[in-house]
Design a protein around this ligand. Sequence first.
Ligand SMILES: Nc1ncnc2c1ncn2[C@@H]1O[C@H](COP(=O)(O)OP(=O)(O)OP(=O)(O)O)[C@@H](O)[C@H]1O
Ligand SMILES: [Mg+2]
Length: 475
Amino acid sequence: MTAERSVLPGRFSGLSIKLIATIIMVIFAVEIVVYLPSIANYRASWLDDRLRVGVVAARVLDAVPDVMALPRALTDRLLNSAGADAIVYRREGQSQLIELDNAVTPTVAVTADMRLRDPMTLIMGAVDTLLGGGGRTLRIVGEGDRDESLVELLMPERPLRYDLFTYSRDFFLISLIIAFITAAVLYLVVRWVFIMPVRRLTENMLAYRQAPENASLIITPSQRRDEIGIMERELAAMEQDLFSMLRQRRHLADLGLAVAKINHDLRNTLTSAQLLSDQVATLDDPKVQRLAPRLVTTLDKAIGFAQSVLDYGRESAAPPVPGPVDLRTLIEDAAFDARLVGHPGIAFVNGAPEGLSINVDAGQLARVFVNLLKNAREALESVTAFPTPPEVRVEVTQSEDGLVIAVTDNGPGLLPRARANLFVAFEGSARAGGTGLGLAIARELVEAHGGHLQWVEQSPGTRFEVSLPTSAILR
Ligand SMILES: Nc1ncnc2c1ncn2[C@@H]1O[C@H](COP(=O)(O)OP(=O)(O)OP(=O)(O)O)[C@@H](O)[C@H]1O
Ligand SMILES: [Mg+2]
């Protein structure tokens, strides 16, 4: 994790701001869907109100035989209360008209037929008034009281349009207030229920990562039963495990260091004892002559053990330093170190091609092959009767995936005891005097080169394969 990524976002960034923006956007989307039908309704009831006055006027016109006989004051009042310039009443093919004195003849008229009340027509009418209206004359048409009678009102469209705009503005303001109140309430709830606990988790993770050996930083889980509660408990368990693991590791490392020191001194002491026993072996006493070789071998073994434990500590610490190496020579040298070259009873076949150069840490890879070849030799030496002449063979195959170097022998094969803990340091040995480090070290060294070491079942004998990535091949 980089340093920048470790910084927590501010109060109004990150999750919170996304949340608020989303809520406001959703509320606005919903409001727009609600707005169109509601403005259509508003317009319809506005027109209905006007039409109702028109119907009252029609009733009056129905009652009198002659329109001209109506007093001017009455007709003007009727027209004014409808806000209309003129009212037309049609019945049985006849029409009667009352109008204001100063009525202007309409140029562009737009008809609002209130007999057509389907939602789409009403919405389109409202949109048309908002977008196109202004200077037009409005003709409102509706049914009168009587059968087959029609009432028409003529008036300027402007007052309707003005009212629609006022209504839209109020609608927008109320939407805005609702959106903000909802967003604020939701934000506070979500913040309290979700964001704050997540923040607490994040802060704890960041702090714990800085000092995982500080047990006081382990999160105390709340009693929540939801997913966040589970997350808190899991995190607490994970931090506790990590804490114990680190502590155990540190203790083991300390212990390892102590063992290495003791071992080092022990080896020196044993070496002095070896020198002494070498001298004792030169004495003429027949008893000494009989016991001395056993003493020398025992000391040899003890020194060998101490040495390999020391090597294990040293070896595993250093990363490989690759360089160009001739594979055939490397294997030949390893076979020599493993005392296979010139062995009286075992044939050794180096199958590595001439001139194959690889890019590896020569010392470390040689150690891998010395271990594998030594194991093969030891296995073959432990057997007395052979169906076929004992032989150790190294074969190299090159493919698109890289290089496979196989070390095979026709010996007794792996014992079940060895198979169970193969590659586990100090555990894998199944032979007297073995430390059980050879294969563990070999695997570690191969893996540090980006490759892997595995045991491949075969009968008779044993086969180990060292695979190296293509990047290790130079030619
Ligand atoms: N080629 C082989 N044939 C038969 N058994 C083998 C072979 N290679 C390894 N083993 C078995 O695997 C065990 C583990 O090998 P490993 O090299 O890890 O330890 P070791 O040889 O016992 O001790 P060390 O190599 O540390 O001195 C051996 O004890 C042996 O029993
Ligand atoms: Mg070994």
